[in-house]
Design a protein around this ligand. Structure first.
Ligand code: ADP
Length: 473
């Protein structure tokens, strides 16, 4: 398709579809009036002529009637011609009489000509649309109101293995039989997109997005995301391998630093190295936390194992609380409220990570004398873990970015507190694997509340004796 000269960047407007051709003249009422008047004259002439002729022969009325019948026959001739033309406009030619019939036929031929033009234009638009969508790198499938395929482009044909016209009319759930797609298609809401293997090539992954339009019509966009997934896997593997490889030399370094640390104390032979050795130990500890967090994240992303056990959450919380107490060293008021019968279908290490990261952050970002409250409770919407602190708070514009990797509001403060900038990313990923979601509300200088919501089907109510219910602390 050639672009209009000098307008390469501007989108080309679609040609008008109907009713705006230059030959579309305004109704010529004057012509109509003249033609009607002429016809009336003709009728009067017939009547008069017939009447007079009849009168000459002594039958004025009969002559009159014969003349009107002849006029009627004449009209019927044109009506017949019109009927035949309407039946087969391409084969039959309309006569070109003078007067009102001539006027009518002329208008009809004009209308026919304009309709043909319009049809041609529409056909051109349709084929232009089909040509442009056919050239799209993404697949496009038009789905009818019964879920049947109505049209698709070349990319969709290749990605979904459609067999040209043969597959027009088959229902899309019969073609893509993956359960994720069946659920996505079945619920009719079409939120986001769904990713499934291509029905013709299991090595190709396609992302499918359905967009409803018109009267129960749907457009399905099909994207090949195999390369994207391969790159993501490569990135994940690289981070996991690099972290793993860094761990061994770091362990050796830490071992030696621990060994020489006593020598650097006051009267030791390495006393003048006390400060550098202390700094090296702090930095290597920081590196170790970073590597551990990076490995944790990599595992969360790549671990496909979704096996879940019933998890005694109060026991997990007890461990977290102990660690938070050690971290706070009595500098904060720690409050805890736990529903001791509320268990979860989940993975111990991951749930522990979620709770520990949130509780430790609350301690880290709450100045001495502040309050940190942990709450674990259930209701009809599921189970909830709330960490509330009276700490430094977070500005509203930072909240949406907190779960990004290495995003820190104050890098210096985070480092000084032993943070890695990965804690909340771990929380987000681990929660996602438990079908949970994180809610954050905060006010600068007042404090923050982090809430984890778990869906009801993840909750397990345990019956345990009352004497075991108190959370020892
Ligand atoms: P970090 O290791 O730096 O704590 P996180 O991913 O756990 O990394 O948190 C990201 C950032 O969110 C932190 O650097 C901090 O700025 C902010 N943050 C997290 N929790 C709190 C909190 N309870 N109060 C104030 N700021 C917080």
């Amino acid at each position: 398709m050639a672009a209009a000269p000098g307008s390469e960047s501007a989108p080309r407007p679609l040609p008008p579809i109907a009713g705006s051709e230059s030959g579309d003249s305004a109704p010529t009422f004057h012509n109509v009036r003249v033609a009607v008047r002429g016809e009336l004259f003709k009728l009067a002439g017939f009547a008069l002529g017939g009447g007079l002729t009849g009168w000459l022969f002594g039958h004025a009325l009969a002559g009159y009637a014969v003349a009107l019948s002849l006029y009627l026959l004449w009209q019927l001739r044109y009506l017949r011609a019109l009927r035949q033309w309407l039946e087969a406009p391409k084969q039959v030619e309309l006569p070109e009489p003078e007067g009102i019939w001539g006027e009518i036929f002329e208008k009809l031929l004009d209308l026919q000509k304009r309709n043909r033009k319009r049809k041609k234009k529409l056909a051109a638009i349709v084929s232009e649309f089909q040509a442009s969508t056919a050239a799209l790198p993404d697949g496009a499938v038009v789905i009818g109101n019964n879920g049947e395929i109505q049209w698709f482009n070349k990319a969709a044909q290749a990605l979904l293995g459609l067999r040209g016209q043969l597959d027009v009319g088959i229902r899309i759930p019969n073609l893509i039989r993956h359960p994720d797609f069946t659920d996505y298609f079945g619920d009719g809401e079409y939120l986001g997109e769904v990713e499934v293997p291509s029905p013709v090539n299991l090595n190709v992954r396609v992302a499918l997005k359905i967009i409803p339009y018109g009267k129960e019509q749907r457009l399905m966009i099909v994207r090949d995301v195999s390369e994207l997934r391969r790159l993501e896997t490569a990135r994940r593997d690289f981070v996991a391998n690099a972290s793993h490889e860094l761990r061994t030399p770091l362990t050796v370094l830490r071992g030696y630093l621990d060994m020489i640390e006593p020598e650097s104390r006051n009267d030791g032979p390495l006393a003048e190295w006390r400060m550098p050795i202390a700094e090296m130990r702090t930095q290597s500890a920081r590196m170790e936390s970073l590597i551990n967090d990076m490995l944790k994240l990599a595992r969360l992303e790549s671990d496909a194992d979704t096996k879940q056990d019933v998890l005694d959450v109060p026991v997990v919380l007890k461990r977290v609380l102990e660690d938070a107490r050690n971290m706070s060293r009595g500098a904060h008021r720690l409050e805890v409220e736990v529903d001791t019968e509320l268990f979860l279908y989940g993975r111990d290490a991951e749930v522990h990570s979620i709770f520990a990261n949130l509780a430790f952050n609350a301690v880290r970002y709450t100045p001495e004398g502040g309050r940190v409250a942990l709450r674990w409770y259930g209701d009809e919407e599921g189970a909830h873990f709330v960490v509330n602190d009276s700490g430094i708070g977070i500005a509203a514009e930072d909240i949406p970015r907190l779960t990004e990797r290495f995003y820190r509001v104050d890098v210096g403060r985070s480092r000084a507190n032993g943070g890695t900038g990965l804690g909340l990313s771990i929380v987000k990923h681990a929660l996602h694997r438990h079908e949970g979601r994180l809610e954050i509300s905060s006010e600068l200088g007042v404090g923050s509340t982090f809430t984890c919501h778990f869906p009801p089907h993840r909750v397990h109510r345990a019956e345990i004796p009352p004497e075991q219910r108190a959370l020892a602390g």
